[in-house]
Design a protein around this ligand. Structure first.
Ligand code: GDG
Length: 486
């Protein structure tokens, strides 16, 4: 258990997120459930499995007896239940693809030129946030702790409080919070900030996110009283008091380390390594997303092969790109851009018996993922901006023999925690990233070992249990919201 903080909450936990961790595919005239992957799911699933409770989230666009049955039977396998929310096709386009992914996502990742500030998106965003709030209201009681997650649901507390002003509603933002000079571009900046202050507790990933959020509150809501400093603040406004804390998310360290040590994983690792005799394997695993810096990474890899001939036939980059947000045109364009780059680099540098980049555009099962992590001498994790980046923590944890080198973007939320053991890079600096690759290849085994040991200790000491305890401890100390203040 982390930090000596309380490890269990005696109230029911209700998680609200954009999606529940299941999706459906039509197979042979039947609906089949399929687990989904992604950072939020990786973090919350073990927590709900251990703690029990309820998970409210979208389960597609149409309600059906078949879906309800499958949710019931999935719930029987663990200690928590699902409350599905059905998001219509129109809502999906405007609330999810539109406001969430063409406004908030790029803006909060400092990529304002990619934003589409379409007023219709905002109307839908509010409508669907209300829908989620109502679904949660229908299934919960006053004593429950409602824990809303991520940028798609910033306004849920606002609608929830209209019905239940004294409830305990907390929030965690998985993505970064931008600085005021970026946030100010948002036409609905005031409503978003006021909506956030309807939460009792807001958790963000890093001290920098907290600083940015506080600076935005000071700048755009100057009449609110802000107290505290460092990683803990309180904001007093007409709606009541909101606590803000940085609580970096993590992974289930023990479970990952145990999984990575399984015989099947070790066997698979050996067979992957056999396919690349005498080669250094670098790995990249990302959802298909422009924030992950995949084209920039490929260009850096090309620079290494172009400018340092001696590294040709010495290294292979295994790049897994997991399909994501496939209906959004920008994501389709990104896929073609990545595939063109992979094919041109492979075309320029391949030789019989050596392909510079092994590219996969599909997700891989967990055991395969663990075997890939363990086979890789180097992890090349270079997001342009990232809330945390769990892949970095998973890679290190899987390296149970303390081998492996982590190259990490200084703009990942994981950088402050992992910076001492990783090689930090600026993902925009092609030459710098190529240089880090050389440093990783040439690193003495002793230094490798020391750095990895340090990384793994850090992750073990601040794992997902610590994150959960941090959240639960913060809840214990919250002042009550009075109905009259709402
Ligand atoms: C958001 C924030 C923040 C990936 N491919 C496969 C697979 N995965 C799993 C990884 C990891 C997760 O998905 C990805 O997590 P990240 O944290 O790297 O990234 P996002 O999905 O963008 O997550 C991020 C996170 O939320 C948590 O707060 O860290 O900054 O953007 O767990 O293992 N899992 C399997 N097969 C795959 O092919 N089984």
């Amino acid at each position: 258990q982390g930090n000596g903080a309380p490890s269990s909450l005696d109230r029911r936990l209700v998680v609200v997120s954009n999606r529940i961790p299941l999706s459906w595919v039509q197979e042979g005239g039947h609906l089949t459930t399929k687990p989904s992957s992604g950072g939020l799911i990786s973090a919350l699933e073990p927590l709900l499995k251990a703690h029990g409770g309820l998970w409210v989230g979208s389960a597609g666009s149409e309600d059906s007896a078949e879906i309800r049955e499958q949710l019931e039977s999935a719930a029987k396998q663990h200690a928590y239940r699902y409350t599905p929310v059905f998001v219509t096709a129109d809502e999906q386009v405007n609330y999810y693809e539109g406001f969430s992914n063409e406004v908030i996502w790029p803006l909060f990742h400092d990529l304002q030129s990619r934003c589409v500030f379409e007023p219709r998106y905002w109307d839908f965003y509010q409508r669907v946030n209300r829908k989620f709030a109502e679904a949660a209201l229908a299934e919960t009681e006053q004593r429950d702790v409602i824990w809303v997650h991520d940028y798609q649901l910033l306004q849920v507390a606002h609608f929830f409080r209209e019905q239940r002003p004294e409830a305990c509603v907390a929030f965690f933002l998985h993505i970064p919070f931008p600085a005021p000079d970026i946030f100010e571009k948002l036409p609905w900046r005031r409503q978003i900030l006021e909506g956030l202050l309807d939460y009792d507790l807001i958790g963000v990933q890093t001290a920098r996110d907290e600083r940015n959020l506080i600076a935005c509150l000071r700048g755009f809501l100057p009449h609110y009283k802000i107290m505290g400093r460092g990683r803990r603040h309180s904001v007093l406004g007409p709606q009541g008091e909101t606590r803000i804390e940085a609580m970096p998310i993590s992974i289930d360290y023990r479970d990952f380390a145990r999984g990575a040590s399984a015989d099947t994983v070790v066997e698979r690792m050996a067979s992957i390594q056999k396919q690349y005799p005498g080669l250094h394997i670098a790995i990249g695993i990302d959802r298909l997303d422009y924030t992950k810096g995949i084209p920039e990474r490929l260009r850096a890899f090309r620079a290494l092969l172009r400018d340092h001939e001696e590294y040709r036939r010495k290294i292979t980059l295994m790049q897994v790109v997991v399909p994501s947000r496939e209906n959004i045109p920008r994501y389709q364009e990104l896929r073609s851009q990545i595939e063109q780059l992979v094919s041109s680099i492979n075309g320029d540098f391949s030789e019989p018996g050596w392909t510079p980049i092994e590219y996969m555009h599909h997700s891989v099962p967990r055991e395969e993922l663990l075997a890939m992590y363990r086979s890789a001498d180097i992890a090349l994790i270079t997001p342009l901006k990232d809330g945390m980046n769990l892949v970095a923590k998973e890679y290190c944890t899987a390296h149970v023999e303390n081998s492996g080198v982590l190259i990490l973007s200084e703009f990942a939320g994981a950088a402050p925690e992992l910076g001492a053991g990783a090689i930090l890079v600026n993902p925009y600096d092609e030459v710098g990233v190529a240089c880090a690759l050389r440093q990783a290849i040439e690193m003495e085994p002793r230094e490798r070992h020391q750095r990895m040991l340090r990384l793994r200790r850090q992750i073990r000491n601040a794992d997902i249990l610590g994150w959960r305890d941090h959240f639960f401890a913060a809840l214990e100390n919250l002042p009550e919201r009075k109905a009259a203040q709402a």
